[in-house]
Design a binder for this molecule. Structure first.
Ligand SMILES: Nc1ncnc2c1ncn2[C@@H]1O[C@H](COP(=O)(O)OP(=O)(O)OP(=O)(O)O)[C@@H](O)[C@H]1O
Ligand SMILES: [Mg+2]
Length: 406
C-alpha cells in the first residue's frame, strides 16, 4: 500500500464482539426488509405525476428521508466462497487500512423451471463477487454502517451509473458482498503514467497522462457522479481519492461515442467514511450520530479538515464542499500521473502541503509533472474553483457539472 493510500483514522466507533471472520451465509436469511416496499411505491407514484420544481424538491427530500428510515442492510443469502490461488492462499482484490477485499464466488441454487418444460435438476449459477471483510474487530461497526449506506444508495434512482453495485451483507462475518469491479482509478492512473514514461514523446507533455479528451470525459463523469451522490442520494462520501473509485468498462464503439472518450464508468466505492447530509437545513453539520469512521488521506483531504485544531478535537466531519476538494485533487493526480500528488516529499511535508491545500495547483506546477497542468489550461480552469480555501466559496457540484460540460 502506498503512503497516499494510507488513511489517518481519527474517530472510530468500536464494536467489542469477539467473532472470528468466517464467511458463511446466514442459514435463514431474508432479502430486502419491509421498509423497501413503501419506497418502491413512492417512486412509481412520483413517476406517474409531473411535479413542479417545489414539489420535486419536497419529493426528493421525502425519498431521502424514507430511505434513511431503512435501518437494516440488505442481507446476502446465497452461498459465498473465497477464491484461492495455487498455493491455497485467499485471492485479494485489494485492501485498505481496516479491511480486505477478497475475490469470491457466489453460488445460487436455482430450482425454478420455465412453464411448459418438464422439471429439471437444479441449475447452479456461479459468479465472481468481491467480499469486503473487516481486518480488525473495531472495523465491524463501520462495515455494518457501510452496508446500510450501500443499501440506501442502491435504492436511489440512478445508482447503477455512479456507485459500486452492492449485493448484500453477511451479518455472521460483518462482510459486504459487492459486484466485482477489479480496476481502481489509482491503477489506471499509474498504468498511464508508466506508458507515458516509456513513450518519451514531447508532443503530449502538456496534456494529462491519459490524453486530453479522455481526461475531460472522465472528469465530467466523476463530477456528475458526485452531484448525484450529494443532490439525489443526500450522502457525503468523506474519502474520495483514486483508490476509492472503481472503473467499469464500457463500449466506445457505439454511434455518438467519441473514439477518445474515457472507456469506463467511474463508480464510487468505499463508503466507510460516509455521512448523511442533514435534511434539516437548520443544521450545519452532518448527522454524526452514525457509526461512521472518519478517514483522512492527505493530500486528498480538504485543508479545513486537517488543521491542528480539527485533528486534535477529532470531531471534524466531511462536508459536500470537502468532497468537492477531494475530487479536484483526484483530477489533478489523474492529470499528472502522480498518485502522491506531491512526489519527492515525505509524509510530514505532504501533510504540511495538504494543510495549505488551496495552493494545490501551485504545488503541482512546481513538481516534475507540473507541465501537465498548464496555467489557464482546461485542467486548471476546471479544478481552480473547486479548491478555494474557504469551503463556502467552492463551486457547487451542479455548477461544476455545467463547467465540465463546456
Ligand atoms: N467491488 C470491488 N471489486 C474489486 N475490487 C474492489 C472492490 N471494492 C474494493 N476493491 C479493492 O479493494 C481496495 C480496498 O477497498 P476499500 O477502499 O473499500 O477498503 P477500505 O479498507 O475502506 O480502504 P481505505 O483504507 O481506503 O479506507 C480498493 O482500493 C480496491 O482496489
Ligand atoms: Mg479505500
Amino acid at each position: 500500500m502506498t503512503p497516499s493510500n494510507t488513511p489517518l483514522r481519527l474517530s472510530v466507533t468500536t464494536a467489542h464482539d469477539d467473532k472470528s471472520i468466517s464467511l458463511q451465509t446466514p442459514t435463514s436469511g431474508s432479502t430486502l426488509t419491509p421498509p423497501v416496499t413503501p419506497i418502491a411505491k413512492e417512486l412509481s407514484d412520483a413517476e406517474r405525476s409531473i411535479p413542479s420544481p417545489v414539489e420535486e424538491k419536497a419529493l426528493e427530500q421525502t425519498t431521502v428521508q424514507v430511505k434513511r428510515n431503512i435501518s437494516t442492510p440488505l442481507r446476502f443469502t446465497d452461498e459465498v466462497e473465497i477464491c484461492r490461488d495455487d498455493e491455497d492462499r485467499p485471492v485479494e482484490f485489494g485492501r485498505g487500512a481496516w479491511s480486505i477485499v477478497y475475490k469470491a464466488r457466489s453460488t445460487l441454487n436455482n430450482t425454478t423451471t420455465p412453464l411448459h418444460t418438464p422439471p429439471s435438476s437444479p441449475v447452479t449459477v456461479s459468479r465472481v463477487v468481491a467480499v469486503k471483510a473487516p481486518l480488525r474487530r473495531d472495523a465491524r461497526k463501520v462495515l455494518q454502517a457501510e452496508a446500510l449506506t450501500l443499501t440506501r444508495l442502491n435504492l436511489t434512482p440512478g445508482f447503477e451509473k455512479h456507485v459500486v453495485p452492492f449485493q448484500g451483507f453477511l451479518s455472521d462475518s460483518d462482510a459486504l458482498v459487492m459486484s466485482a469491479v477489479p480496476l481502481a482509478l489509482s491503477t489506471y492512473i499509474e498504468d498511464h503514467a508508466d506508458l507515458r514514461k516509456k513513450q518519451h514523446s514531447t508532443a503530449t507533455t502538456f496534456d494529462p497522462v491519459q490524453g486530453p479528451e479522455s481526461w475531460r470525459d472522465m472528469a465530467r463523469k466523476l463530477i456528475t457522479g458526485l452531484a448525484w451522490l450529494h443532490d439525489t442520494a443526500g450522502i457525503i462520501h468523506g474519502d474520495i481519492k483514486p483508490h476509492n473509485v472503481l472503473l467499469r468498462r464500457i463500449s466506445t464503439d457505439e454511434p455518438g461515442v467519441d473514439a477518445g472518450a474515457f472507456p469506463y464508468e467511474p463508480l464510487l466505492a468505499d463508503f466507510s467514511s460516509a455521512f448523511n447530509i442533514p435534511t434539516d437545513t437548520t443544521l450545519t453539520t452532518p448527522d454524526t450520530n452514525q457509526a461512521s469512521m472518519s478517514a483522512f488521506t492527505p493530500p486528498f483531504t480538504a485543508p479545513e479538515l486537517l488543521s491542528l485544531a480539527s485533528l486534535k478535537s477529532g470531531d471534524v466531519a466531511p462536508t459536500p464542499s470537502s468532497d468537492v476538494f477531494s475530487l479536484a485533487a483526484t483530477l489533478i493526480a489523474a492529470a499528472t500521473g502522480d498518485l502522491l500528488l506531491y512526489p519527492g516529499s515525505n509524509n510530514m511535508q505532504r501533510l504540511a502541503m495538504a494543510r495549505e491545500g488551496h495552493r494545490i495547483l501551485e504545488f503541482t506546477r512546481a513538481g516534475s509533472n507540473g507541465c501537465r497542468v498548464p496555467r489557464n489550461g482546461f485542467v486548471e480552469k476546471l479544478v481552480q474553483p473547486a479548491v478555494s480555501k474557504d469551503p463556502a466559496q467552492r463551486i457547487l457540484t451542479r455548477d461544476w457539472m455545467a463547467l465540465a460540460s463546456l
